[in-house]
Design a protein around this ligand. Structure first.
Ligand code: ZN
Length: 294
């Protein structure tokens, strides 16, 4: 079996730091962000149309919201956003006194909580944490995080996946859907000495396999979390691969975000599509994006 899948570019967006994709199957829209340009993107594949709303620096994730519109994370805030008028309203804030930290990747869980973690913008200190927003209240789940990423839930809703990028590992927790509680952290994937780049964002498919973006590694790899073994991989013509999300009518298309930041002029000239939005028809069905209950 050929383990390699080829991606295609669907939008040459030239994003500084494309990230945080989620799929809204009510509207057939892929949401994603450019963290450093402060943009929320709305990509409609049926029209091949991408529109943006400017919300200010460090918008790091965007998820569909049950009552309409979307929820986003800004530097310290969990917010709602009305895409029609661009109005963002803060629901709750974290680490407000820590100017060197910002929120990073975020996702909704199967019960509709909005999870997001923080990072040290210098990427050195384990000064960040992991939080979830339930209705209007924010709860801290983890501390001692350096660059919070990943996030995904198994098809049976009993396991949560998490990535603190510098560890080069994907962790799993026992996850209690009723309370949002997590325990029994263990490593399910280790990038070790062999895998290129560092683990960043991820997605879960209907078979329970996990798809992990390689920051600095030109690829997304599909892993079996039960064995820790790689199964398939998607190649990209750009090094800084940040995150991925299943979308499309049959949830079998993997959308992949990428970044230009951190590449020098020479690298950018050899990887001109950096910052683009890519897609691959995987032949696997993904889990639907969870909706924030807000
Ligand atoms: Zn990320």
């Amino acid at each position: 079996m050929d383990m390699r899948m080829q991606s295609e570019i669907v939008l040459n967006a030239q994003a500084e730091l494309g990230e945080g994709p989620s799929w809204d199957d009510r509207n057939m829209v892929l949401y994603w962000v450019d963290i450093l340009r402060g943009l929320v993107h709305f990509y409609e594949p049926l029209e091949s149309r991408d529109t943006t709303v400017s919300v200010g620096k460090y918008v790091s994730s965007v998820v569909p919201k049950r009552s309409g519109g979307v929820a986003i994370t800004l530097q310290h805030g969990f917010c709602t956003l009305n895409p029609k008028n661009g109005k963002a309203s803060t629901v709750a804030e974290v680490e407000k006194h820590m100017a060197g930290n910002r929120l990073n990747d975020g996702k909704s869980d199967p019960a509709g909580r909005f999870w997001a973690g923080t990072m040290d913008m210098e990427e050195k200190n384990a000064s960040g944490g992991l939080y979830f927003l339930e209705r209007n209240k924010v709860h801290r789940v983890l501390e001692g995080v350096t660059i919070s990423n990943g996030l995904g839930w198994s098809p049976d809703d009993r396991t949560m996946y998490y990535i603190d990028t510098p560890t080069r590992k994907v962790s799993a927790f026992d996850y209690d859907m009723k309370s949002g509680g997590v325990k029994n952290r263990r490593t399910v994937v280790d990038f070790g000495p062999d895998q290129p780049g560092n683990p960043d964002g991820m997605a879960v498919d209907a078979e329970g396999m996990i798809w992990v973006a390689h920051w600095g590694g030109y690829r997304v790899t599909r892993w079996n979390p039960a064995t820790g073994r790689p199964l398939n991989f998607v190649t990209l013509p750009v090094a800084h691969v940040t995150s991925c999300c299943f979308g499309g009518k049959n949830l079998d298309e993997l959308y992949i975000t990428t970044a230009r930041t951190g590449l020098n002029q020479e690298e950018l000239s050899r990887q001109p599509l950096s910052g683009g939005l890519f897609k691959v028809r995987t032949g696997f069905r993904g889990l639907p994006t969870n909706v924030f209950d807000g």
